[in-house]
Design a protein around this ligand. Structure first.
Ligand code: GLY
Length: 376
């Protein structure tokens, strides 16, 4: 059965998470007929399961190509949040305060000192804190803290609100979003992409953006699918008002993220358990241990909720952003632990490629072709 003509377009974006919505928003603004095809609901997977950290300095390693992309993506959020609010009236609660990373052991202190050293060399804002300074900045953290780092530029955003605002903006700009429609494969004609299949339907477009997150490797017909693997992360939400913390607070083992609504989110685990989002006792135990090490006061706080999400992980931990193995196919996936941070920028880069424009950053380290040899 052919799809109604209204669902055909200039660009089909597969996946209605932050990446896909950002791509659609940018494409629609440029006048492209854009259809987002989402197998469930908008933001149903990692985009809303995440805690919303925007933390390139806490997450990226020295010399990694991810660092430059992630720093750029952090700046991008600063411009995006007010733009979305002006367009949609929806706030995304981009935090005003930075991130504090804590040390509890000599090894933690060594790691923090090493990170501070290379970040200072790189010209990034980062400040060493003594235990008293940590406690002054965050009175609820564990009194056994033996040092810390203050990273003023790292922060958080409410990713659930971000999904809503991006979707509202994309639709207001003219994009179509089709939900409940699992895309199963590419339509390939004369050696190039001509659309996608969704069950018995064919949706036609000369350009397809794969923004399928952890499912990005499952698009039939792609000769070189991104080798993305789901990596489960548990989150526990504590209910407390007023909020327990002022900053995002991390240890080398995990993090606490304060939300504007008073909840504190704790994360996370890194589990290779396939496409299984089950909340397990072991996952909860690990996250509760992280949370109680950072802020023992949480022991008496009501656990409001818990869930698990699937990060799209790649073998080298770097994203897959750039042209696919067929003309007309573009990838924007594999954002792993930085999906909320990188998502809007990755989506906009994919949109630029879809329009035949040069990408604003060097995409060579993120090319899917880096995995070609492994498949031979
Ligand atoms: N960015 C934090 C996580 O993936 O758990």
């Amino acid at each position: 059965m052919a799809a109604p003509a209204a669902l055909d377009g200039d660009v089909i974006v597969v996946g209605g998470g932050i990446v896909g919505l950002s791509a659609a928003r940018a494409l629609a603004a440029a006048g492209a007929r854009t259809v987002v095809v989402e197998r469930q609901r908008v933001g149903a997977e990692a985009s809303t399961a995440a805690a919303g950290m925007l933390a390139p300095q806490a997450e990226a390693e020295e010399g990694s190509p991810l660092l430059e992309l992630a720093l750029r993506a952090r700046d991008h959020h600063s411009a995006l949040a007010p733009a979305l609010e002006a367009e949609t009236g929806l706030t995304v609660d981009l935090a005003g305060r930075g991130l504090i990373e804590l040390a509890f052991t000599a090894e933690d202190r060594r790691r923090l000192a090493a990170r501070r050293e290379w970040q200072v060399r790189r010209g990034l804002a980062v400040e060493a804190l003594g235990p008293a300074e940590v406690r002054e900045a965050e009175p609820n953290v564990n009194p056994e803290v033996c040092g810390g780092l203050y990273v003023p530029g790292d922060r958080c955003v409410d990713n659930v609100r971000l999904v809503r605002a991006l979707a509202a903006s994309a639709v207001a700009r003219g994009a179509s979003i089709v939900t409940g429609r699992p895309v199963t494969g590419l339509v390939v004609e004369n050696g190039r992409v001509a659309g996608v299949t969704a069950a018995a339907e064919v949706l036609r477009a000369p350009v397809v953006i794969n923004a399928m997150g952890a499912w990005a490797g499952l698009l039939a017909g792609d000769p070189l699918p991104p080798p993305v693997e789901p990596v489960r992360g548990h989150i526990v939400a504590f209910d407390m008002a007023p909020a327990l913390l002022r900053h995002v607070v991390c240890s080398p083992r995990g993090y606490l993220v304060p939300r504007a609504d008073g909840r504190t989110l704790a994360g996370s685990t890194t589990e290779r358990a396939g496409f299984d989002k089950t909340v397990t006792a072991a996952g909860l135990r690990a996250v509760l241990a992280i949370a109680l090490e950072i802020a023992p006061v949480l022991a008496d706080v009501r656990v409001a909720d818990s869930w698990a999400g699937l990060r799209p992980g790649t073998p080298d931990g770097l994203p897959v952003i750039g042209p696919g193995a067929l003309p007309g196919l573009i990838h924007a996936t594999g954002l792993y632990r930085n999906g909320i941070l990188l998502g809007p920028l990755a989506g906009e880069i994919a949109a630029a490629l879809a329009r035949g424009l040069p990408p604003p950053v060097d995409l060579a380290p993120f090319a899917v072709t880096r995995f070609a040899a492994a498949r031979r």
